[in-house]
Design a protein around this ligand. Structure first.
Ligand code: IMP
Length: 232
């Protein structure tokens, strides 16, 4: 049994990760179990940069808080961070790493934007562009960083050391952006994204199909293979 601390408060991501990895081999904690963990500034230039900021930042905070390491009871544990987003070809790959605060980029408002604001901006910018030119993909990069054992008298490992011990897993899901949102499931840009081979959006297709096709599912299957190779 491996303990994975998922470095997010996004309940949809947590549900997708738990449902794809399953609870047979993994025990999960999330940032909701670590309510005092500080927010991480996600100003990296790539998904991998931001995913590592989240995993390495959280581990350094855990190691600086003895009650947190105590909570892990000395069992081997990892932080798993997901950074993901949507790349639209007609917009030169935007919103990309800015997916979560795409609308806020125009106003400099702090924090992430509401999903409906991001979706409205995407609709506005794509305007009358025909469907065949609205190709896009979701991309996900997972960073998996082992939490080093807390040995008395040793100093907190540097960011560079934690980065070196990090494994990356990635996945992409190709599709198109529709001309109007449809469906109530999922989150983020799901109502606008129709994966290749389908005519309905991720928000209409529901979690069972999304969890078979998605960028996150592909990255998580790579992570599963990594654990199988490492521990079997
Ligand atoms: P992050 O939490 O910083 O990785 O931001 C990811 C952003 O990308 C989310 O806020 C969504 O807007 C978008 N995104 C990532 N994955 C998905 C997905 O599976 N469906 C819809 N939107 C997604």
């Amino acid at each position: 049994m491996q303990t994975l601390i998922i470095a997010t408060r996004n309940k949809h991501k947590v549900e997708e990760i738990k449902s794809i990895l399953g609870t047979e081999h993994f025990q999960f904690l999330t940032l909701d179990d670590l309510p005092d963990a500080p927010p991480i500034v996600e100003d990296g230039e790539t998904f991998a940069d931001n995913a590592t900021r989240k995993s390495v930042g959280l581990i350094r905070w855990i190691l600086a808080n003895p009650e947190m390491t105590h909570k892990l009871e000395g069992k081997p544990a990892f932080v798993l961070a997901d950074d993901s987003g949507l790349e639209v070809d007609a917009l030169g790959g935007a919103p990309g790493v800015h997916s979560a605060r795409y609308a806020a980029l125009d106003t400099n408002a702090p924090g992430n934007s509401a999903d409906h604001e991001n979706n409205a901006k995407l609709m506005r910018l794509l305007g009358e562009i025909p469907l065949e030119k609205r190709t896009a993909r979701f991309r996900c990069v997972l960073a998996l960083t082992p939490i080093p054992p807390d040995e008395p008298g040793t100093s907190t490992p540097s960011e560079a050391a934690l980065l070196q011990s990090t494994h990356f897993f990635s996945g992409a899901c190709e599709g198109r952006i529709t001309d109007a949102p449809s469906g109530k499931g999922g989150f983020g840009y799901d109502p606008l994204f129709v994966p290749d081979g389908y005519t309905a959006s991720f928000a209409e297709l529901g979690e069972t199909i999304k969890n078979k096709l998605s960028h996150r599912a592909k990255a998580l299957h790579e992570l599963q293979r990594h654990f199988e190779n490492a521990f079997n």
